[in-house]
Write a protein that binds this ligand. Sequence first.
Ligand SMILES: Cc1cc2nc3c(=O)[nH]c(=O)nc-3n(C[C@H](O)[C@H](O)[C@H](O)COP(=O)(O)OP(=O)(O)OC[C@H]3O[C@@H](n4cnc5c(N)ncnc54)[C@H](O)[C@@H]3O)c2cc1C
Ligand code: SF4
Length: 482
Amino acid sequence: MAESLPPFLTIKPRKAAYRPMAERVRDYRDVAVPREEAASREQASRCMDCFLPFCHWACPLGNHVPNWNKALAAGDWAEAYRQLQATNNLPEVTARICPAPCEAACVLNIAGEPVTIREDELAVIERAFEAGLVQPAPPRVRTGKAVAVIGSGPAGLACADQLNHAGHRVTVFERDDKIGGLLRYGIPDFKLEKRMLDRRLALLEAEGITFAPGTAVGEAYTVEALRKNFDAVCLAIGARVPRELPVEGHTLAGIYPAMTYLAQSNRRVAGERIPAKARIDAQGRCVVVIGGGDTGADCVGTAHRQGARRVTQLEILPRPPEQRAPTDVWPNYPQILRTSTSHEEGGQREWAVQTTRFLGRAGRVRALEAVRVEWVPPAGQTRPAPRELPGTAFTIETDLVLLAMGFVGAERHPLLEALGVRSDARGAIQTDEHYMTAIPGIFSAGDARRGQSLVVWAIAEGRRAAHYLDAHLMGSSALPLL
Ligand SMILES: Cc1cc2nc3c(=O)[nH]c(=O)nc-3n(C[C@H](O)[C@H](O)[C@H](O)COP(=O)(O)OP(=O)(O)OC[C@H]3O[C@@H](n4cnc5c(N)ncnc54)[C@H](O)[C@@H]3O)c2cc1C
Ligand code: SF4
């Protein structure tokens, strides 16, 4: 009798489905359509359970991808959830917004399409919540040690969760009025609805973590109080200093850093009233987003939803190829053109363009001038740099410019000076390989330590810092390093 073929040869990969564009640009709800259970199980069965799982290697959390896929395919939701939560404190977040380096490294890429790992992750965690598998599990024993986590983004939350499970009393301080860091006031709701965050925060609180929003450490809460009340500290304060564009006219009204725009939009979506004078609204405007990365794409999607007349996104780098270049090999994350759901919704993208000045009328931006560039190494150098192409200058009419050119590092915070913590030239907090700064008992994790990165990296950093901080307090740690 002929043996049946394995599922990865017979089952077609099914990518994420999104709501129709005409519908989704009218609201801020998640753009994705949840997949039916049967389809999730079928897709998970495509996992080959490789002897050497490159997905596991590529995920910064070392997620047990083949294990949860196997359990999911078998319909064993409890086991799938057990495997998932063993390495990931916020799977409902990564399952929605992680760029999934695991999928790029999936062995099936060699001759086809990868397993839909991120969506499988989403299926597992959402089913786990629905089935009541995700329950508060406070530690049985408390150590008597108190730890302060400063910053409530994914790094701070993962670190706090781990340390709480180790039995320490954990307080998470947050300068903003609500907990969540960039998950709350950066990433738009159409990528991550805030009810997902609130659901996790309720769980962490029920397990005994204390949240102190609206508390800037080093200001409202003094460094002296911090030293007196806590045995150890983890600095997870992010890296929010934006790259600037100091060309002529950059101080005109109507030009904003992307984060100012996105944070305000998220507040409005959450129901906050912003006074008319302070409101940044793309409705009816010709918007230019400068910067072609994820933050820029989030501005594009937000501007569409606010009813922009026209949206143009400018990027100084050349257009990436649609397929991997011969030197860009599996299992590395491919350097290829990415088109987000926000790009699909409309607007124009321009590559290899440098903005040279802003033009104004009555103090407000009315246009920008730009020039096309080529990337060549300057004489005597090997690294390519942009060089203006003569005769390519052009003008774009605009009355709202959003600067999304990336972040240069962490703030030079007075808190760091008061603690005696050092930063490198980019503003990243310096630590040893155990995530501890030069001051014993003061640790750091996330963007503040490694520079602007990804949520999955922030979680991984928070977990590792928790391990080393626990070992510092207790002599050894049972918390996993991954
Ligand atoms: C617009 C945007 C979109 C993004 N989209 C994605 C995406 O789709 N996928 C992805 O993987 N990554 C994405 N990222 C990156 C990701 O959000 C970050 O890498 C991640 O949030 C970093 O986490 P963190 O905890 O280190 O810092 P943050 O999330 O920045 O949190 C740091 C927190 O510390 C607080 N803080 C600072 N100083 C103090 C103080 N003195 N006292 C108290 N609190 C303080 C800050 O207010 C902040 O809330 C995006 C980033 C941006 C800006
Ligand atoms: S966290 Fe990201 S890289 Fe890791 S398994 Fe999930 S989608 Fe893949």
